[in-house]
Write a protein of this length. Structure first.
Length: 255
């Protein structure tokens, strides 16, 4: 199913020549459905051994693990290698998603119910998929997302105690059952990560205070870290866990 290559702008205005809309799709790793219908990816390669167009990579981890920095560095390396790539993030990634992000991270939203919190994440994720991720993958781009659906299991199931099956079902609905081909989890001791996160300047937040999530208790963040470990253990074919408590350049080379 070959078509004439054409140029098309992504959501951020970048142009990727020679990538047709719809045609010339490279085959992704085989997917097999589990009992509840969510996809389970098999045969995922090592992080940098074979990065193909139409490949979906997510970076996850507890607060302050450096995933945002490493996602941008991975994006830069892939561009240097000639791989058409799109960086995005959650919460956010779209104009609507960014408005939801402001609400979720604003310390003034401290009274937000845990169920409402998750549904806001899911709403942003559905918009993210429809507006940015799915169109980019369909055009053959490699998509790198700073957080995705696994964050909801780590934060809202392990962290908040919400029902895992309910979260998975809503995630599947929001993402049309699309899961990442590869998820990299960057792990760091919780106290060290929180110190990093709180003292990192961020738009709209006071340095040294932290956003609404960063202001949660150390016990909450420890449960989140435990959740990421459990996710990686349950799906070793999709997850790669990396020690992020190393110098920045060393971590970049590892990824």
């Amino acid at each position: 199913m070959l078509r004439q290559p054409r140029q098309k702008d992504d959501a951020d205005g970048a142009v990727f020549p020679g990538y047709p809309e719809g045609g010339c799709r490279l085959r992704r790793p085989r997917q097999k459905n589990d009992a509840d219908g969510a996809g389970v990816v098999h045969g995922v390669p090592a992080i940098m051994s074979r990065v193909l167009g139409g490949y979906f990579i997510t970076l996850e981890g507890p607060e302050g693990s450096g995933k945002t920095t490493q996602a941008h560095r991975l994006e830069a390396r892939l561009r240097e290698a000639g791989v058409p790539v799109l960086y995005t993030r959650e919460p956010g990634g779209t104009q609507i998603g960014d408005r939801i992000r402001q609400m979720l991270l604003d310390p003034g939203s401290c009274g937000l119910d845990a169920h409402a919190e998750f549904l806001l994440y899911a709403a942003g994720r559905a918009q993210h998929m429809a507006e940015k991720i799915t169109p980019a993958l369909d055009r053959g781009l490699t998509v790198i997302s700073d957080r995705f659906m696994d964050a909801s299991i780590a934060y809202q199931n392990y962290g908040r105690g919400l029902d895992k099956d309910a979260l998975r079902g809503i995630n599947a609905f929001a993402t049309h059952k699309r899961i990442p081909d590869l998820t990299v989890i960057l792990m760091i001791p919780v106290a060290e990560g929180l110190k990093r996160a709180i003292n990192t300047p961020k738009e709209g937040h006071v340095t040294g205070v932290g956003d609404r999530i960063e202001q949660e208790t150390i016990e909450f963040h420890q449960r989140v870290a435990d959740g990421y470990r459990a996710l990686a253990a349950a799906e070793p074919d999709r997850f790669v866990t990396i020690d992020a408590a190393v110098p920045l350049a060393e971590l970049t080379d590892t990824i």
